[in-house]
Design a protein around this ligand. Structure first.
Ligand SMILES: *[C@@H]1O[C@H](CO)[C@@H](O)[C@H](O)[C@H]1NC(C)=O
Ligand SMILES: *[C@@H]1O[C@H](CO)[C@@H](O)[C@H](O)[C@H]1NC(C)=O
Ligand SMILES: *[C@@H]1O[C@H](CO)[C@@H](O)[C@H](O)[C@H]1NC(C)=O
Length: 265
């Protein structure tokens, strides 16, 4: 390697610092609420790239034990550790990243990688996957082209080297869209529910107040109170007009083996 003495000293200083802090900081638990409600205005989300404060080491630390319900996320998420606390944003939020002065001095960039390369810390330069045109300096905005809906993986590198990734300077971002209105000028969840996503859920959806029904809470669901007794199946007859909404109960017929309409209890 053709490093100047100054560069070597720099690298050594960096590594000593990172390793010592890394050992101290390894107990971090990423605290987060169980769900988020959709916010109407995009927000600025700031991510600090630091092995000193923000890296987690196992599933419980990174997700604080609250991922059980998010099946799809479990499958797609990487469980390579250490990594920075996983980030979840809603589509349209602006993501800013900044880093410690020592890393800044050292010169780092972020690259967009596949899940496999995230897991193995494979950071060999791929064309056009650098997030920033120059090394990180101050707060840098991640362009929206890197953040379509879905899970994305990013790692930090110094001139293509993978050691920053191995120290935990890699993170995932789950970008969620909302499925809370059937057309953009209608109110979210028809104003009769909340537009909400749990941790790890891929999209926001309506949680309707009773007796309104999903997906957009515009129709009344007369079955939501369970009006059919004795094991009968309730079929809701939807209507936006409360007076016209109704339901039917279907009971198994002893004669035909098929379901027939039975009395409304
Ligand atoms: C987000 O950041 C941009 C650029 O720094 C700034 O102009 C804007 O006011 C910020 N928006 C919010 C909602 O904080
Ligand atoms: C980011 O990387 C993923 C996985 O390699 C790739 O599918 C995606 O197209 C990349 N994004 C951009 C904007 O190049
Ligand atoms: C970072 O930006 C500041 C001004 O914004 C500049 O003075 C400084 O030299 C830059 N540092 C590097 C390493 O490019």
């Amino acid at each position: 390697m053709n490093m100047t003495t100054a560069e070597k000293t720099n690298v050594l200083k960096l590594l000593v610092l990172l390793f010592s802090h890394f050992i101290v900081s390894s107990q971090l638990i990423c605290h987060r609420p169980r769900y988020h409600d959709w916010h109407p205005q995009p927000r600025n989300i700031t991510l600090r790239l630091s092995v000193m404060e923000n890296t987690c080491k196992n599933v419980n630390h990174c997700w604080n034990g609250i991922l059980e319900s998010a099946q799809e996320y479990w499958m797609d998420q990487s469980y390579a550790f250490p990594q920075l606390c996983p980030v979840e944003v809603q589509l349209g939020d602006a993501l800013f990243a900044f880093t410690d002065p020592i890393l800044e001095q050292y010169g780092i960039n972020l690259i967009n990688v596949s899940k496999e390369d995230f897991d193995s810390c494979f950071t060999e330069q791929v064309e056009n996957q650098n997030l920033f045109a120059s090394c990180m300096n101050g707060s840098m905005q991640v362009a929206s082209k890197w953040l379509p809906p879905g899970i994305h993986y990013f790692t930090a590198t110094h001139k293509g080297s993978s050691h920053l990734c191995q120290l935990g300077l890699r993170f995932s971002v789950l970008v969620k869209e909302q499925h809370c209105q059937s057309s953009p000028h209608l109110r979210l969840c028809s104003g009769k529910g909340v537009c909400r996503a749990k941790i790890g859920q891929f999209a926001y959806g309506c949680q309707c107040h009773k007796p309104y029904s999903e997906p957009y809470c515009e129709a009344l669901d007369m079955c939501s109170e369970g009006p059919c007794l004795n094991g009968a199946i309730c079929i809701s007859i939807h209507s936006a007009q409360p007076s016209q909404a109704s339901y039917q109960c279907l009971c198994p017929s002893v004669f035909t083996g098929k379901y027939i309409i039975c009395l409304i209890f």
